[in-house]
Design a protein around this ligand. Structure first.
Ligand code: SF4
Ligand code: SF4
Length: 588
């Protein structure tokens, strides 16, 4: 059975331990070099060929920095890349196919971006050794598979790549949007794609003045205007609202319809479903190893991912399957105990007005907030939080409010634990089991804030918000940067905390599955982005989803196996039928 030993470089702290991994290893005690301590760094290297897998070092290490993993026998000899001894390893690769959109879905840290970088020719696969493998070795390795021809041509395959992180784009490209797109345009498509992605109005804007959503759309357009054989899109929906996600999905599908091969990494399952033909599931242990499954049709692939079991490979990669249910309203809401009501409000900025119609929120209720970007959702949230004063109307209640902002800029020069303690004081008895553990914040407590990734910052920001005692929790875009499992466990944590504390929450989100999973009712924002916004509701889920999705122009049905909402293909029989009946979000 193949075995790998992984050392989490962020957790290993040789200056703060007694090198227990070395001291207690039975191999070392009998004179072997199973664990060798580097003289310069003080960190251990575990020699996998000598390690018996006893697991003693795993339990003895005070910082839980070591994982010893026994892999399925079938993975023997299937290692594609390793970042070095005791570091992350990737097994198998996705397969690009001409005229098809192939999706990749899986937990963060299981190698999706590594796989894309290899296929895009930006990272030479080393098959587990120290050096990138030469073409002859790769040819032998992939012999008989669809990837053999791919690697034979890899120097000549033209690829276009949209990276995951786009926030740093203004540091590497300079100039105005229109000029940049014109320069990248090899297909004569920049005008068409600017319109399709809603960039026409920012063509003369400098890149450094763009919002996150505008940068994302520019990055998608700049990739799609290139002439390439294979297009790679790494998380194209981050920072986009539902309208923009659908437009991006149509642009991506358009490339496949023009005969190109397209590979997409995406955590928004509704979007993945909407744009892909096939799906590869990635499973493994985050930051330790990842395995790319064989491709499956998009419906089956997403269901397999939710089920946590790959039948053909006979691999269970998650203990529980994920199910979506049509929930009854929370008990507190049935009892109808109002938490607070707000009157008609208005907020005006230069060139923008938000009108808030009167509404009430019940005890124990989670209200999902949906609508396009720049329509006033954050303004509404900030008025409730007391951060903005309404121009017309007054909020008379005195309720304690905890707010998680959409932006994750946390300036604090210390550890996560120190930051949490400064914000919420002593941790109460339920904080750890109810919030820190399910949000996977516990392993981050010793880390410094400036070292954290977007997903890690998101989880600690949610924990900090929910850790504060409050009557109303305002949680703005909790699913950004999180993978599917983290999104759903976050939704569960929010619901549990709100119900148990008899509080109420507004959750702003663009991921339809997360909205469906977390909300009791919906507050819908309509209007014209950047000009005028108006709230409708809170409405029941069915009414709210119908109103919202009618505006977006997309219909959903439920998958009979998992209960998850699936976007209907535009113009399909179901799409037309549901639109005629006015049932955009089929709840049956
Ligand atoms: S792995 Fe654990 S025991 Fe070993 S040096 Fe690192 S922190 Fe210390
Ligand atoms: S698993 Fe056992 S044999 Fe392997 S390095 Fe750890 S203590 Fe040594």
């Amino acid at each position: 059975m193949p075995r790998i030993a992984i050392l989490d470089q962020d957790s290993c702290q040789p200056k703060r331990c007694s090198l227990e991994c070395h001291r207690y290893c039975p191999g070392v005690r009998t004179g072997d070099d199973t664990v060798v301590i580097d003289e310069r760094t003080g960190r251990p290297t575990i020699f996998e060929e000598l390690c018996t897998g006893c697991g003693i070092c795993v339990h003895k290490c005070p910082f839980r920095a070591i994982s010893i993993i026994n892999l399925p026998q079938e993975l023997e000899g299937r290692r594609i890349h390793r970042y070095g001894p005791n570091r992350f390893a990737l097994y198998e690769l996705p397969i690009p196919r001409a005229g098809k959109v192939m999706g990749l879905v899986g937990q963060n840290g299981t190698g999706k971006t590594t796989a894309l970088e290899i296929l895009a020719g930006r990272l030479g696969p080393n098959l587990g050794s120290r050096e990138a493998a030469p073409p002859k070795v790769l040819n032998e390795f992939f012999k008989g598979s669809e990837l053999q021809a791919y690697f034979a041509r890899i120097g000549r395959v033209k690829t276009a790549y949209k990276p995951q992180a786009i926030d740093g784009l203004p540091k590497v490209v300079r100039g105005e949007v229109g000029a940049l797109l014109a320069k990248a345009d090899e297909r004569g498509a920049s005008r068409e794609l600017s319109e399709a992605l809603g960039l026409s109005e920012v063509l003369d804007r400098n890149v450094k003045l763009l919002s996150g959503g505008e940068l994302q759309r520019l990055a998608i357009a700049a990739t799609a205007v290139r002439e390439a054989d294979i297009y790679y899109f790494d998380e194209p929906s981050s920072h986009l609202d539902v309208y923009q996600r659908l437009n991006a999905a149509r642009v991506i599908r358009g490339l496949a319809e023009a005969g190109k091969a397209v590979l997409v990494v995406e955590h928004d399952l509704a979007m993945l479903d909407y744009m892909c033909d096939y799906v590869h599931v990635l499973y493994g242990k985050p930051r330790a190893y990842g395995v790319v499954s064989s491709p499956r049709g998009v419906r089956v692939g997403i269901n397999v991912f939710l089920d946590g079991y790959l039948r053909e490979e006979n691999v269970r990669f998650r203990r529980e399957s994920i199910r979506f249910e049509v929930r009854p309203p929370s008990k507190a809401r049935v009892a109808g105990r109002a938490m607070f009501s707000y009157p008609k409000l208005k907020k005006r900025f230069k060139g923008f007005e938000l009108e808030v119609t009167p509404g009430s929120v019940y005890v124990g209720e989670v209200v999902g907030v949906v609508g396009p970007n720049a329509i006033g959702k954050t303004t509404f949230v900030r008025m409730l939080a007391g951060e903005l004063k309404p121009t017309v109307g007054r909020l008379g209640f005195k309720l304690a409010v905890a707010h998680k902002s959409q932006y994750l800029k946390i300036e604090f020069g210390g550890t996560v634990e120190a930051w949490l303690r400064e914000l919420i004081g002593e941790f109460g008895p339920s904080f750890d089991p109810e919030i820190l553990q399910p949000l996977e914040v516990r392993p981050l407590l010793e880390r410094r804030l400036e070292e954290l990734s977007g997903g890690e910052l998101q989880r600690i920001a949610i924990a900090a918000c929910l850790g504060q005692p409050a009557d109303i929790y305002l949680i703005d875009e909790p699913s950004a940067y999180l993978d599917v499992e983290q999104r759903l466990s976050t939704a569960r944590v929010i619901r549990r905390v709100i119900e148990r504390r008899e509080a109420a929450a507004f959750v702003v989100d663009h991921d339809m599955l997360s909205v469906d999973f977390v909300s009791d009712r919906l507050l819908v924002f309509t209007g014209e982005p950047s000009q005028v916004g108006k709230t409708q509701g809170p409405l029941g889920m069915r009414e709210g989803m119908n109103m919202f999705l009618r505006e977006v122009g997309v219909t959903f049905r439920r998958d009979p196996q998992t209960g998850r909402p699936r976007a209907n293909k535009p113009g399909s029989g179901l799409d037309r039928e549901q639109k005629e009946r006015g049932e955009y979000f089929y709840l049956g």
